[in-house]
Design a protein around this ligand. Structure first.
Ligand code: ATP
Ligand code: MG
Length: 650
């Protein structure tokens, strides 16, 4: 197949800002290279060495047992995740702030490591008192409140497996996930706040539990004080359980491979999968990458904006930062409530130094305009991060210029629920960045971009991103479906991990993740990624966000259809449609000339904020949507897009 040289992927490298580099943990590409080679040549030696950053009750006897595709890491080792995140910090850092929490309604809570430890111990005892045993599954359906990380750490403390279900999900999504994991306990709240409204979590949970025979008890946090229905004998108030429980709860020692949690993927491409992570390898992956990628220092104030309903919240709001004894910020609500500068206000208030958010959020900030950002003092920030989708170069540059004020490196971190931890990312003091590229794999991670036959593709050619060697924080299986685990990840290209993402590797070895394999478009014999065309669109001053899909076309094979949202101050017009079509043709080449540009107020996204191109593809092809929409954030978006098209055609 003929390949096409993509203009938008030719970004020039930007060296780490010197002031940042001077104080960084890893200060040059050379230093990174040495670490990378060491890990590549002796992975077990390398990971065995890294594993010393954990506190072990008994050290591992063997580093890895690899029976493709099943890995066991740190065999014979014994440890406790909650002990590693809390107890071990108490002697020297008990008074250090673990969490600055802010509710959407302005309520604030500050917890030191000692306070957090006490609350986790009490809640762990409460769970034990309810008969929760090692290996039992606890479902968590909560708003972003301090009790959420406390619940996770309490489960981890006693060896219960948590399964967090994002607080924006419906009763049906809850039923599926509770049923799949056979959870015995459900932890929820009377409600949470989102854009000034109360999200009635308890009401949804009540509805779900009618169809969940495995649930024995429901624990309810009083967050809003709204009146809620109550089932005597089943429902229990969190605060009453916590008050009654003893603050002393020894941390038992668990095997390295003790299951830690199940988490369902976002459902961008189809039915969510229950990804299973275990104890030592996962914790090490989260801790090691938090330290390295965010270049952590003792005095950092670290804010990861992800919801704990997603893996980013697990690894980079709870386990990674707490294992490193970091001061974290956690915020309950929407970024535009009460106004579009809520995030920048929070950064100013807590003097946040590391800010980790999503590509979709950055595009929204850009659409809202610079004034919201620039009216705040963001001089405390020293590092920015992004995750979740490819970040378009124009959005990257906006983030760098306006939020980071050209002073802060950006770490574009590529990883998945399945990988447990960041796999590809710049090291901020060492790696020159190229806007739109996640750059290089971390030491210990061996990736390649290949054909379906497993052969490396040449620089600038599109291929499949794979991971060649096992890594400690890798998923161990799909819960209850090991066949699917083998089929989806390890059989497409036998013996290597298939990520499902399309990518290119450039002449410098930098990796450009182009999106899902399914999103690659074939036009007149050329392979184009939706991301290249989207990035060309986003580089136009009027465009905030774009999603590009293909619809079958008799002549070209596939015709390109673009869905576009505009930045504030710009409006829909036929002239702009033509201008955008021209802009893509000029930026990439006439081969990429879109057949259609459609304006939208919003794009269909998963509840984790990722664009659902599979729905747009259906819409472009058939005018409507019949695929799985359970993970769609707002059905109204699809209806609006379908009816707007119908109007155009009248
Ligand atoms: P599902 O697997 O159910 O379709 P999902 O893949 O969206 O859902 P996640 O595990 O949350 O679920 O997301 C991982 C995916 O997100 C990656 O495979 C990749 O497509 C995308 N992604 C994450 N970070 C980046 C990044 N920095 N650059 C490009 N893509 C990214
Ligand atoms: Mg996925």
């Amino acid at each position: 197949m003929q390949e096409f040289d993509p203009q938008v992927l030719n970004e020039k490298p930007i060296a780490p800002p010197p002031e940042f580099q001077r104080r960084a943990r890893i200060r040059s590409l050379d230093e990174y290279g040495k670490l990378y080679e060491r890990a590549k040549n002796d992975p077990e030696g390398f990971w065995g060495e890294q594993a010393k950053m954990l506190d072990w009750f008994e050290p591992p006897k063997k580093i890895l047992e690899w029976d493709v595709p099943h890995a066991k890491w740190f065999i014979g080792g014994k440890l406790n995740v909650s002990y590693n995140c809390l107890d071990r910090h108490l002697a020297t850092n008990g008074k250090k702030v673990a969490l600055h929490w802010e509710g959407e309604d302005g309520k604030r809570v500050r917890l030191t490591y000692a306070e957090m430890h006490e609350r986790v111990c009490r809640f762990a005892n409460a769970l034990l008192g309810l008969g929760v045993k090692t290996g039992d599954c606890v479902a968590v359906y909560m708003p972003m409140i301090p009790e959420l990380p406390i619940a996770l750490l309490a489960c981890a403390r006693i060896g219960a497996i948590h399964s967090v279900i994002f607080g924006g999900f419906s009763a049906i999504a809850l039923i599926d996930r509770i049923g799949d994991a056979k959870s015995k306990i459900l932890i929820t709240a009377d409600g949470g706040y989102r854009r000034g409204h109360v999200v009635p979590l308890k009401e949804t949970a009540d509805k779900a539990v009618e169809s969940c025979p495995t649930i024995e008890k429901m624990i309810v946090v009083k967050r809003t004080g709204e009146e809620v229905a109550w089932t005597q004998g089943r429902d229990l108030w969190w605060h009453e359980l916590e008050q009654k429980a003893s603050p002393h709860c020894p941390a038992p020692s668990f095997d390295s491979e003790q299951p830690l949690y199940i988490l369902y993927t976002s459902g961008t491409t189809g039915k969510p999968k229950g990804v299973l992570h275990t104890t030592a390898g996962y914790l090490l992956g989260a801790m090691y990458t938090t330290q390295l990628v965010f270049d952590l220092r003792d005095d950092d104030v670290y804010w990861c904006t992800a919801d704990v309903g997603w893996v980013t919240g697990h690894s980079y709001l709870v386990y990674g930062p707490l294992a490193n004894c970091t001061t974290c910020v956690m915020y309950e609500g929407a970024p535009d409530f009460p106004k579009k500068d809520r995030f920048w206000e929070i950064i100013e208030r807590y003097k946040v130094s590391i800010f980790y958010s999503s590509a979709t959020a950055v595009r929204a900030f850009m659409a809202w305009g610079n004034d919201w950002v620039t009216k705040h003092d963001l001089s405390s920030v020293r590092l920015l991060g992004t995750v979740g989708e490819p970040i378009n170069p124009a959005a990257w540059k906006w983030y760098f210029d306006v939020v980071g004020q050209k002073r802060c490196p950006i770490v574009d971190t590529w990883w998945q629920t399945e990988t447990g931890a960041i796999m590809i990312s710049p090291l901020p003091g060492a790696t020159p960045t190229k806007p739109g590229s996640a750059t290089l794999p971390l030491p210990g991670v061996i990736t390649r971009v290949v054909t379906m036959q497993g052969e490396s593709v040449a620089p600038g050619e599109t291929g499949y991103l794979i991971i060649e060697k096992p890594w400690p924080s890798m998923l161990r299986t799909i819960f209850g479906d090991d066949e699917r685990f083998k089929r989806d990840y390890w059989s497409r290209i036998p013996g290597v991990y298939f990520t499902g993402d399309a990518a290119q590797c450039d002449a410098d070895g930098y990796i450009w993740v182009l999106g899902r394999v399914d999103d690659v478009i074939k036009v007149a014999g050329h392979r184009l990624s939706s991301m290249e065309i989207e990035s060309a669109l986003v580089s136009h001053p009027s465009v905030a966000e774009a999603a590009v899909v293909a619809r079958p076309d008799e002549i070209k094979g596939e015709a390109i259809v673009c869905f576009v949202t505009l930045r504030s101050g710009h409006s829909h017009s036929a002239a702009l449609q033509t201008a955008l079509i021209e802009h893509v043709a000029v930026t990439i080449g006439s081969i990429a000339r879109p057949s259609e540009v459609r304006f939208a107020d919003l794009l269909p996204k998963t509840r984790s904020g990722k664009i659902m191109r599979r729905l747009l593809r259906e819409l472009a092809e058939k005018g409507g949507v019949s695929g799985d929409v359970t993970t769609l954030e707002d059905m109204g978006v699809i209806q609006k897009l379908a009816s707007a098209k119908a109007l155009d055609e009248e």
